[in-house]
Design a protein around this ligand. Structure first.
Ligand SMILES: NC(=O)c1ccc[n+]([C@@H]2O[C@H](COP(=O)([O-])OP(=O)(O)OC[C@H]3O[C@@H](n4cnc5c(N)ncnc54)[C@H](OP(=O)(O)O)[C@@H]3O)[C@@H](O)[C@H]2O)c1
Length: 320
């Protein structure tokens, strides 16, 4: 099968379009012919091996999984002997490793059936970013009606889900993003949109901050919180290969017990139940994934570079 492969850690320059053997199927596996796959910051971490902390698990010298991509939507090609509730031809989506290939294999429980009326491009844009946003708003931030919520990186892949989900939870949302995404963030339901340096010295306070951009220190976040407010630390691409921003999450864990505000790092895991919940919201027209651009499989390097420049408004999708 054709696939994008990577034999050493690095950026888009390490990718090749090659013929490789298709994955073999175990009894609990489902093999899917990929029609669309998404790009996100997680792909960059796995491709670059940064933070280095992930390398003992992901491969010390090179990625253990040579095919990048972690979100795929497509059509079931074949199922393992123990899989009884999916058949060839069924449309499915999931957070699965090795998404940038003609065929992707994962355990049955990682795939969710795509409801009628949702395209492969739209479905592929949901798993990692959508479920991270759901966990941030519902479980870690515990956003309640009437609360003021500040979302940094509101125009990112994750942010484009956090804003409407927080609005849906009844919050009054302030979206912080670069100026060119202000209209998008307002269209997602944010009552107020601000730029990155606009809150320096501000006396405004928020009940919950969902920090996706990650370029504000813990003290800066605390200054913007109500006395018992909650900061959910989702993202941030800090300097230094070892931690690359993850050190801020660790510091938050250490500091939080000793301050009145709650500083909560989020480590999202994509669960099928959460993905199914988001797909239902999309089918009912209550949530609209934002797909900024689609790229062909021969343009993966361009798709990655575009997303990682921070220019993408919402999600970028690769189509097969
Ligand atoms: N904790 C978890 O489990 C988890 C799960 C998923 C993702 N994440 C993290 O969440 C962050 C967002 O992920 P994503 O997939 O949504 O990424 P993305 O779509 O590539 O968006 C990154 C966003 O960061 C903002 N940004 C602020 N300063 C930037 C800069 N100097 N350069 C580039 N972008 C900058 C931009 O938002 P604006 O345009 O709105 O300003 C940009 O859209 C990443 O750090 C990722 O690692 C964490």
């Amino acid at each position: 099968m054709k696939a994008i492969v990577q034999h050493r850690y690095g950026g888009p320059e390490t990718l090749e379009y090659a013929d490789i053997d298709p994955p073999t199927l175990g009894p609990d596996d489902v093999l899917v012919r990929v029609r669309a796959a998404a790009v996100d910051a997680g792909v960059r971490h796995l491709m670059s091996g940064v933070p280095w902390l992930i390398r003992p698990v992901m491969g010390l010298r090179r990625p253990r999984q040579p095919v990048p991509g972690i979100d795929a939507a497509g059509v079931v090609e074949s199922v393992g002997s123990a899989v009884t509730d999916l058949r060839p031809g069924d449309p499915v989506v999931g957070a699965v490793r090795g998404a940038y290939a003609e065929l992707a294999r994962a355990r049955r429980q990682r795939w969710v059936r795509i409801p009628d009326g949702i395209s492969f491009d739209t479905a592929a844009a949901i798993p990692t970013s959508g479920t991270t946003a759901l966990l941030a708003v519902r479980d870690t931030g515990r956003v309640r009606p009437g609360q003021r919520v500040l979302v940094t990186g509101a125009g990112s892949g994750v942010g484009s889900y956090v804003v409407p989900l927080a609005v849906r939870a009844g919050a009054r949302v302030t979206g912080m993003c670069r100026p060119e995404k202000a209209d998008l963030v307002a269209s997602l339901g944010a009552q107020e949109v601000v730029g990155y340096d606009q809150l320096t010295g501000s006396r405004d306070r928020w009940d919950v901050i969902i920090d996706i951009a990650g370029n504000t220190g813990l003290t800066g976040l605390r200054r913007l919180l109500t006395p018992r407010g909650t900061a959910v630390l989702v993202g941030g691409e800090g300097k230094g290969g070892l931690f690359a921003g993850f050190d801020r999450q660790l510091r938050a864990l250490l500091v939080s017990p000793f301050v009145p505000e709650k500083l909560k790092p989020l480590t999202a895991v994509t669960r099928a139940t959460d993905l199914a919940e988001l797909l239902t919201l999309v089918q009912q027209g209550e949530l609209r994934p934002v797909v900024d651009r689609t790229f062909g499989i021969g343009e993966v390097a361009d798709a990655l570079a575009y997303t990682w420049s921070g220019s993408a408004a919402g999600k970028v999708v690769i189509t097969f």
